[in-house]
Design a binder for this molecule. Structure first.
Ligand SMILES: [Zn+2]
Length: 247
């Protein structure tokens, strides 16, 4: 018997809401999806981001220039694929913006991995929703990320430390059997920014942000990985439609 077998891998894209934007930078109305991802590595599960708050289901929230909606909760979607949220051992929050962590209470057994700079932001200004409070209050384990990190030591799930959009922004490389993908977080907001390595208007550090986009593009070439932009409606079809998983 070989000592170790390759782990069974799978990746699901979860619907974590939408921003219905009245007029995005003069381009008119844009429906911007919010994406979360569940990664299976053998018997371990990792959740990347937790989207908009569960309370939006069945209603919507009007903010200046945009309306926030959520069709289904993460808990509901996990139930459909038979994954008990208690089995998810690692929660990675790409950055501190609300659309990336407002259903975090769903995965109460997980350790939280977040960029050190973003953890510092949370500690100085706690988030509007209280879902992350148990981690921020020291009741659940938190690890601050300050560099790229190989989660399982086999290169198949790698956190990419990519500051720029926020001080501790994280993206993720996932190497499945059939394809490799880079899940961007908000490294960019749409695919058009990739070709020219253009940071978003709300990047806190545009110089570092541009350098990190270029670094991710280089990793994508080396790893033959497809880049999937979480907020770009055009990229949703790059992964199988839920409940199907990429393998
Ligand atoms: Zn976002």
């Amino acid at each position: 018997m070989p000592r170790s077998r390759a782990p069974e891998m799978a990746l699901w894209r979860l619907d974590c809401g939408h921003f219905d934007i009245d007029d995005l930078e003069g381009r008119g109305r844009v429906l911007m999806p919010v994406s979360c991802y569940l990664i299976r590595h053998g018997s371990d599960y990792v959740l990347l981001d937790t989207g908009l708050k569960a309370g939006l289901v069945g209603t919507s929230e009007r903010q200046t220039g945009q309306t926030l909606t959520l069709n289904r909760t993460i808990a509901d979607q996990l139930g459909q694929i038979g994954v008990d949220p208690a089995r998810i051992g690692t929660l990675v929050v790409s950055h501190f913006h609300g659309d990336h962590h407002e259903q975090s209470g769903t995965v109460s057994n997980a350790r939280l991995l977040i960029g050190a700079g973003d953890l510092a932001v949370f500690r100085s200004a706690p988030p509007r929703e209280r879902e992350l409070n148990p981690w921020l209050n020291g009741k659940r384990p938190v690890e601050a990320v300050t560099a790229d990190r190989d989660l399982f030591g086999d290169g198949r799930v790698r956190i990419l430390f990519t500051p720029g959009h926020t001080p501790g922004h994280l993206a993720m490389l996932v190497k499945l059997d059939g394809l490799s993908v880079i899940l961007t977080g908000d490294l960019v907001h749409n695919r058009d920014q990739l070709a020219s390595a253009t940071p978003s208007g709300n990047h806190t550090d545009k110089v570092r942000g541009k350098a990190e986009i270029e670094r991710v593009l280089a990793i994508a070439r080396t790893e033959k990985a497809e880049i999937i932009v979480g907020h770009d409606q055009r990229d949703i079809a790059r992964l199988p439609a839920f409940p199907a998983a990429a393998e």
